[in-house]
Design a binder for this molecule. Structure first.
Ligand code: SAH
Ligand code: SF4
Length: 354
């Protein structure tokens, strides 16, 4: 795992894995079994303030409060007009800012987690890509977001049921920390979520896709493809990475290793990749894979390229895929009014007109 960045007050308790917590407890001359109690307080109850962990002896609470800071509260939270979507701007220990989104849609509450501050991939239509990669998030910083969102759900007597890695950053370019976060999310003594309710969305990092299949076979995979042809894909995802063929062979292996089905995400840009010809070539490309296509009409954001396609073009693209036997849905998006929809997260206070 990545060491936490240098911060004035040192790492908070979410930084430690269970062994790390045990070592910390022992360094305080306390019995190691307390680590499990702290773990449950953090991940089951969402209690991040050691001084409030009521099942610990007062002395240990005091020592912990001295040894580790409480993670900062969000700088800003916004809620969409219809109440369905909330977004938090969270400051990290070193001053970086990330965004987390909670989407309420009965009967699910889904948190959209950031895995990096910024992103190196530079997809031309994505606000996160504009800033480049600032740094990797630690597993603790990822868990901080999940705990906060669950708190929001609990406050309204709802239940956080799903986690998607679709916030800022490319999760498979931060594999170790994302994998550790998935372990904590699915730990029965931790966040206790079924892996079936977790989705990792990647722009397409073949070694990461294979590792995910091996390490977390029940976690869902979504691959952002956006184009059926290499040339067009290079224009939309300019960072030289894997070819479409390499991505699709990793997906084929993922199909085989997990027995699961992959979701291809395809952002539709008006006049760029939204014709019936594109749909036909996409269907040909992914033929033979167990797959489903999720179409995302572009969400505009200041400074990024592209226009939203018409509803008609979107439905006609979907129909062209279905006519060729490819299951396809159009993503129902929430939170555009607070710039909380796909591709609108930028991790600063600049308001989007989106
Ligand atoms: N980096 C990962 C996960 C984060 S982006 C990835 O690219 O998959 C989550 C999804 O939002 C991706 O499918 C991405 O293509 C999509 N997205 C990015 N910018 C968008 C925009 N402006 N409008 C609609 N979807 C966008
Ligand atoms: Fe990064 Fe995903 Fe945005 Fe592309 S779409 S820049 S990979 S966050």
């Amino acid at each position: 795992m990545t060491e936490p960045p240098e911060t004035p007050n040192g790492p908070d308790l979410l930084h430690f894995d269970l062994d790390g917590l045990r070592a910390l407890i022992e360094s305080l001359d306390q019995p190691a079994y307390r680590a499990k109690q702290i773990w449950r307080q953090l991940y089951q109850r969402g209690q991040l303030d050691a001084s409030q962990m009521s099942d610990l002896p007062a002395e240990l609470r005091r020592q912990l409060a001295e040894a580790a800071p409480v993670p900062a509260e969000p700088l800003e939270t916004q809620r969409s007009e219809d109440g369905s979507t909330s977004k938090a701007l969270i400051p990290l220990g070193d001053g970086e800012l990330i965004e987390t989104v909670l989407i309420r849609s009965a009967p699910r509450d889904t948190v959209c987690l950031s895995s990096q501050a910024g992103c190196a991939m530079g997809c031309v239509f994505c606000a996160t890509g504009l800033q480049g990669l600032r740094r990797q998030l630690t597993a603790g910083e990822i868990m901080r977001q999940a705990i906060l969102a669950r708190e929001w759900s609990r406050e309204e007597d709802r239940e956080l049921t799903h986690v998607v890695f679709m916030g800022m950053g490319e999760p498979l370019a931060n594999y170790a920390n994302v994998s550790e976060a998935i372990a904590r999310l699915t730990d029965p003594d931790g966040f206790a979520l079924s892996p079936r309710r977790i989705t990792v969305s990647t722009v397409g990092v073949p070694p990461g896709i294979r590792r995910l299949a091996a390490d977390h076979p029940r976690v869902n995979l979504a691959v952002s493809l956006h184009a059926p042809d290499p040339q067009l894909r290079r224009e939309l995802v300019p960072v030289p990475g894997a070819s479409i063929d390499d991505i699709l062979s990793a997906v084929r292996e993922h199909n085989r290793m997990t027995g699961g089905r992959v979701t291809f995400e395809y952002v539709l840009l008006r006049g760029v990749n939204d014709s019936r010809g594109h749909a036909r070539r996409l269907a040909e490309r992914i033929a033979g894979l167990r797959a489903h296509v999720n179409l995302i009409p572009l969400n505009p954001s200041p400074g990024v390229v592209g226009d939203r396609p018409s509803r008609r073009a979107t439905l006609s693209f979907q129909q062209a895929l279905q006519d060729r036997g490819v299951p396809a849905t159009v993503r129902v998006e929430q939170g555009r009014d607070i710039a909380a929809a796909c591709g609108q997260l930028r991790g600063d206070r600049v308001r989007s007109a989106g």
